[in-house]
Design a protein around this ligand. Structure first.
Ligand SMILES: Nc1ncnc2c1ncn2[C@@H]1O[C@H](COP(=O)(O)OP(=O)(O)OP(=O)(O)O)[C@@H](O)[C@H]1O
Ligand SMILES: [Mg+2]
Length: 225
């Protein structure tokens, strides 16, 4: 963690796709400050750029312009420091999960620990699988899991390395209400008991109500609700 109260600071983020008449300006000078230990929900209509924003914040996609600080350090444009920050500081739950199809659920989590240079922690990982209600699919590959099970395995993988900032893209989007409640309860505990910082994209007002603060994305920027 950092002494800085603001764990994540983004200033003037810009991101466009395509060129010429096909160009789409998705982020248009977006500013965002997230305090350490904050639980933030990001809402906005489909296609407004929420996933793009999360990928930029998670250091997966480089922005076209703007600057970011994460855990007290300026985010560089590339190189080893960027890779190190991506691996150590951030945990991502992608909207499409991005689980490796040739590996079992447990192997997906273990390989994520290995690329971060962390030892396997079987007991802790199993506890996370149990907490997410997906212990029964630990030895199954994604193709043999339901969409909601894959989503919950993606949450286990994102949390396994104890990231400073958890970035979750619609983490309840494919869950029944009981599973969604369970996930939100885990997020609430991570935030409340462990002071974990969470940025969660959601279309669900119920999910957003668990967060401390809700921001809305509009015209490539964010505004408070
Ligand atoms: N790789 C890409 N190339 C071109 N356009 C893209 C690309 N990725 C996203 N877009 C466009 O950028 C815009 C923002 O997409 P994004 O996925 O960030 O939206 P979103 O708010 O997450 O939507 P949803 O709620 O449906 O998940 C959309 O208009 C989309 O079509
Ligand atoms: Mg999206």
């Amino acid at each position: 963690m950092t002494d800085d109260d603001n764990i994540l600071v983004a200033q003037g983020l810009k991101k466009s796709y395509g060129s010429g008449p096909a160009r789409v300006d998705v982020l248009r000078g977006l500013d965002l400050t997230v305090r350490a230990g904050e639980f933030l929900a990001v809402m906005g209509p489909s296609g407004c750029g929420k996933s793009t924003l999360l990928h930029v914040l998670g250091l997966v996609t480089p922005p076209d312009g703007g600057a970011m600080r994460l855990c007290g350090r300026a985010v560089p444009r590339g190189g080893r420091t960027l890779q190190q920050m991506r691996r150590q500081n951030v945990g991502m739950v992608f909207q499409r999960f991005n689980l490796l199809s040739v590996l079992t659920a447990e192997q997906n989590v273990n390989i994520s620990l290995r690329v971060r240079g962390l030892a396997r922690d079987g007991a802790r990982v199993r506890a996370l699988f149990e907490e997410m209600g997906v212990d029964h699919v630990r030895r199954r590959k994604p193709g043999a899991m339901s969409i909601g099970e894959q989503q919950r395995v993606a949450v286990v993988r994102a949390l396994a390395h104890r990231p400073d900032v958890l970035l979750a893209d619609e983490p309840t989007g494919n869950l029944d209400s009981a599973s969604a409640q369970r996930l939100l309860e885990l997020f609430r505990r991570l935030h409340g008991d462990h002071q974990r910082t969470i940025v969660m994209i959601t279309h669900s007002a119920e999910a957003a109500s668990v967060a401390q603060r809700i921001v809305h994305m509009k015209d490539g920027t964010l505004c408070d609700s």
